[in-house]
Design a protein around this ligand. Structure first.
Ligand code: FPP
Length: 230
């Protein structure tokens, strides 16, 4: 959800104004995803690296998160949306942890869209964390290294049980992966748009999906093989 800071600067406002307006884009995009019958939508709301931002921006973002989750939980329930998180959420402020726990419990039984918030998340953190778990199990004799498979590794990631993304959308003209879902994006399609996140609306989301639908996903096979099996 990139471009909040630049959007605010263009209006001559503080960065947090961009984040506040980014919440409207979050609501619009979540609504569009739910309406389209998409099963999982992951939003990169706060990265491990974002802790290095000025303290007042970090606290304002945490406040915004608590406020938004609190205000939107009834809407999530009304729309059958389940809230999940990935990342090192224990490092978030107590108030934030509490609000997230409440909202996750409140929406746990919903069966429509799963809205996954990546908070204090980074792909490298997650991979190291998974390696530590496997190393611990090996050290204690519970696991033989030769039994380590892709599936076992995936079961140690914070995305356990969540399918790998099919499409990754990055806004604001940036063309980087920025430590997002490094393992899970192995075969994802990437879509880049110059639209700054606070300007992102349903129509931009639809454009990304239409673009994705026109692609041929080959997973290492040839185009002919894919057509034969279709
Ligand atoms: C990146 O733009 C955006 C963030 C670090 C925060 C995103 C958070 C929200 C939109 C609000 C809360 C979200 C939820 C799910 C309730 P940037 O600040 O890096 O912008 P820049 O690249 O223009 O500097």
């Amino acid at each position: 959800m990139d471009g909040n800071g630049r959007w605010a600067k263009l209006q001559g406002a503080a960065r947090i104004f961009g984040h506040q307006n980014g919440v409207t884009s979050v609501k619009d995009t979540v609504e569009a995803a739910a309406e389209l019958g998409i099963k999982y939508l992951t939003l990169y709301a706060f990265s491990t690296e974002n802790w290095n931002r000025p303290g007042d921006e970090v606290s304002a973002l945490m406040e915004l998160l608590v406020k938004t989750i609190h205000a939107e939980t009834p809407t999530l329930n009304k729309n059958n949306i389940r809230l999940l998180t990935i990342g090192d959420t224990n490092s978030l402020p107590e108030k934030c942890i509490k609000q997230l726990k409440e909202a996750m419990a409140d929406t746990a039984k919903n069966t429509g869209l799963s809205l996954v918030l990546a908070l204090s998340y980074s792909g490298k953190w997650e991979i190291i964390d998974a390696i530590k778990q496997l190393a611990q199990e090996t050290k204690s004799g519970k696991l033989d290294p030769k039994d380590i498979t892709e599936a076992l590794f995936e079961s140690k990631l914070s995305t356990k049980g969540i399918p790998n993304p099919e499409l990754m959308i990055r806004t604001s003209g940036e063309h980087r992966i920025s430590n997002f879902l490094l393992w899970q994006l192995a075969y994802a399609e990437f879509y880049f748009t110059d639209v700054l996140w606070p300007d992102f609306r349903k129509e931009h989301f639809y454009q990304a999906i239409i673009n994705y639908q026109q692609r041929e996903r080959r997973f290492g096979k040839t185009g002919e093989q894919i057509k034969q099996n279709a």
